[in-house]
Design a protein around this ligand. Structure first.
Ligand code: HEM
Length: 409
């Protein structure tokens, strides 16, 4: 990818539009993040036309402090740049990632029961079996699209296990989720995404109604039984929280898996080190998470005026916390631009930090670990078999199509 400063090394930072999905898909931003961290750690992205401006935090220390400070950096108007710039999230206050305070803590506490390693043991077993199966099938093919045939088969299956979604509906849900959040071209970016969001909500409204009447041992049933301040969640809250799990856990994990294999292709010495057992799976999983950072940013709204590094963020301003930059911060990581599977410590912010720390982190780690182990045991050689295609989004980043050729171990 071309460096964003390739044609004009002196290009002013304010001219670069961080809200532009094309920038994230088609440009190497490592130089931009370095410059922002060094020269303008609290950067003001000016408004464009009717679109308001927003603040950009890029240092690891500042991003992690803002995540911890959910009193001043609020999520309850939205946590994604586009929705915040568009006037706020319509699910604000109803869906876990876009709630704050006591209500958030209460709902999160109840949902955590369904995300503990003990409760997830059966989902993890099912992930291991599914991973083994899809990796073996891919090896039989020899040449295939890793994004579609391997990564595309696992995360949604895990979330569907959590929600007990019927097997016959799963492929349709996958198609809807990929067009709701990411796009594979500029044209796709313009249409489709709002339609898919509506379809997902409608699908869950039917499933939630069935589970309210006939609860089982799954997360949808748990949501229908949750009480906050003694009051059950409304249908709308149940549906939105299902939607949030699927959008939060499917494409993110897929992008991490695809980015992992792309990184192995670009850094064969790391693949060999892992295959030969010179690096353990746990540290490899963490480095894959840091390297791929599927969620580029999280959005917040300042609750009060906040003074930081000589700037004043005004109450009501939109603030973006860039995980993509924090995870490459030279003050937090040794050799941050190197993919090093043995890296420890590895305090990446891929799952955020503080009150909203990703609820699915254990599940995502289990999925990446399962695929890594299967690659080590089953795959002997891997090479690129065509061009990788990146997705177009200012919120998620990674590869939507990755043709590869594998040989058996
Ligand atoms: C929250 C990233 C996988 C469910 C978050 C947040 C991030 C994140 C950055 C914080 C958002 C914020 O602070 O505004 C990721 C990445 C994943 C992943 C990169 C995969 C590699 C999953 C999975 C699930 C999930 C598998 C569920 C099945 C959630 C939920 C929250 C959340 C429910 C909201 C927690 C809260 O607000 O209290 N995730 N996630 N995520 N994630 Fe994940």
């Amino acid at each position: 990818m071309t460096d964003v400063f390739a044609t004009d090394p002196a290009r002013p930072l304010r001219d670069i539009d961080l809200a532009d999905p094309v920038l994230h898909a088609e440009r190497d931003l490592s130089g931009l993040w370095r410059r922002l961290r060094a020269d303008e750690p609290v950067h003001r992205q000016p408004g464009r036309g009717a679109r308001p401006g927003f603040w950009v935090l890029t240092r690891h220390a500042d991003v992690s402090a803002a995540y911890r400070d959910s009193e001043r950096f609020r999520s309850d108007r939205g946590n994604v740049l586009d929705t915040l710039l568009g006037g706020g999230d319509s699910a604000a206050g109803l869906m876990l990632p876009v709630m704050d305070g006591a209500r958030h803590a209460s709902l999160r506490g109840q949902l955590m029961k369904a995300f503990s390693p003990r409760v997830l043991a059966s989902v993890v077993d099912s992930i291991r079996r599914a991973s083994r199966q899809v990796v073996e099938e891919a090896l039989d093919k020899g040449r295939f699209d890793f994004a579609r045939d391997v990564a595309g088969q696992l995360p949604l299956r895990a979330i569907c296990d959590l929600l007990d979604v019927p097997a016959t509906d799963r492929q349709r849900l996958l198609d809807m989720t990929s067009s709701a959040l990411g796009a594979h071209s500029e044209a796709e970016l313009r249409d489709g995404s709002w339609v898919s969001k509506g379809e997902i909500l409608l699908y869950f409204s039917r499933l939630a109604a069935a589970r309210r009447d006939d609860p089982r041992e799954d997360v949808i049933s748990l949501l229908t039984q949750c009480r906050v301040d003694g009051v059950p969640l409304s249908d709308e809250e149940v549906i939105l929280n299902c939607y949030s799990l699927i959008l939060g856990g499917d494409e993110t994990t897929r992008l991490a898996l695809v980015g992992m294999v792309a990184a192995f292709l670009d850094h064969p010495e790391q693949w060999h080190a892992y295959r030969e057992g010179r690096v353990g799976t746990d540290s490899a999983v963490e480095e894959v998470l840091r390297w791929t950072t599927p969620t580029l940013h999280a959005g917040r709204t300042a609750a009060v005026d906040i003074a930081l590094h000589g700037q004043t963020i005004r109450a009501g301003d939109v603030v973006t916390l860039w995980n993509a930059s924090a995870n490459r911060d030279e003050t937090a990581f040794h050799a941050p631009d190197h993919f090093l599977l043995a890296r420890t410590p590895n305090q990446h912010l891929t799952f955020a930090h503080g009150a909203h720390f990703c609820l699915g982190a254990f599940l995502a780690r289990a999925e990446i670990g399962a695929v890594l182990r299967d690659l080590r045991e089953l795959v002997g050689s891997m090479e690129a078999a065509g061009p990788a295609r990146r997705i177009y989004s200012n919120f998620l980043t990674g590869i939507g199509s990755l043709p590869v050729a594998w040989g058996p171990a």
